[in-house]
Design a protein. Structure first.
Length: 212
C-alpha cells in the first residue's frame, strides 16, 4: 500500500481535521492536527486580510514541522458596517466588558445587534468568508502558496435564533433555507458554509498545486 503524504492542518479542532481528512485521503494525503505537534506554540496573526493570516499561520507551521501545512482564517463581513468585523471577528467586542456569565461570542453578537439597530432588512446583507492557504516547507513566498476562498451569503438578524453552531451563527440568516446558521444540522451547514466551500476548492486545486 502506498504511504500517504502527511500534511498538517494548523488547528487543534479535531472536527476541522476530520472534515478535511476524508476528501484529501482520496488524493493520497493524511491530515494531522496540531495536537500531534506540541512544539508549535501560539502564532501571531497580524495580517490585514484573511489570506494574510492564513498564509502567516501555514508558513509558521511548515517551518516548525517540516511538513506541508494548511491553515485557514475566517470571519463575518457586514455590508452596513463597511465590511466589519472582518479579520477582527473573533475579537470584535474586545473593547466591551463581558456581562456576568457572558461568553465572548455572545458579547460579539450583542455588539453586532446594537450596531445594526435601525438598519432595514434590505441593508442587513452580510457574508461569512473563509480563506485557506497551503504552504510547502522552504517555499514560503506568497505566490508559491495555494490560496482558496469560500463565501456564504446571508443577512443579519435582529435577534438570535437557534442553539447549534458557534460565533455569529445565531444571527446569520441563510435566506435560501430561511433558517439561521445556528438552526442547521452539521450536514446542512457543511453543505452551505464558507468553510465547506473553501475545503471543496482546496481539494479541487490540490493535485495541480502539488504538481506545479
Amino acid at each position: 500500500m502506498t504511504q500517504l503524504r502527511r500534511v498538517v492542518l494548523a488547528t487543534h479542532n479535531q472536527g476541522k481535521v476530520r472534515e478535511l481528512a476524508e476528501p484529501l485521503k482520496a488524493l493520497g494525503v493524511e491530515v494531522l492536527g496540531l495536537g500531534e505537534f506540541p512544539e508549535v506554540g501560539d502564532i501571531i496573526e497580524d495580517g490585514t486580510t484573511f489570506a494574510d493570516n492564513a498564509c502567516i499561520k501555514a508558513a509558521a507551521v511548515a517551518r516548525i514541522t517540516g511538513l506541508t501545512s494548511i491553515a485557514d482564517d475566517s470571519g463575518l463581513e457586514v455590508d452596513a458596517l463597511n465590511g466589519r468585523p472582518g479579520v477582527y471577528s473573533a475579537r470584535y467586542s474586545d473593547d466591551m466588558p463581558l456581562l456576568e456569565g457572558e461568553t465572548r461570542d455572545a458579547c460579539n453578537i450583542r455588539k453586532l445587534i446594537a450596531e445594526m439597530a435601525g438598519v432595514p432588512d434590505s441593508g442587513r446583507t452580510a457574508r461569512f468568508v473563509c480563506t485557506m492557504a497551503a504552504v510547502r516547507p522552504g517555499l514560503y513566498a506568497r505566490e508559491q502558496a495555494l490560496i482558496v476562498s469560500g463565501a456564504w451569503e446571508g443577512r443579519i438578524l435582529a435577534e438570535c435564533r437557534g442553539t447549534n453552531g458557534f460565533g455569529y451563527d445565531p444571527v446569520f440568516l441563510d435566506e435560501e433555507l430561511g433558517i439561521s446558521a445556528a438552526e442547521m444540522t452539521r450536514e446542512q451547514k457543511m453543505g452551505r458554509s464558507h468553510r465547506g466551500c473553501a475545503v471543496r476548492a482546496l481539494v479541487r486545486a490540490w493535485p495541480a498545486w502539488l504538481a506545479g
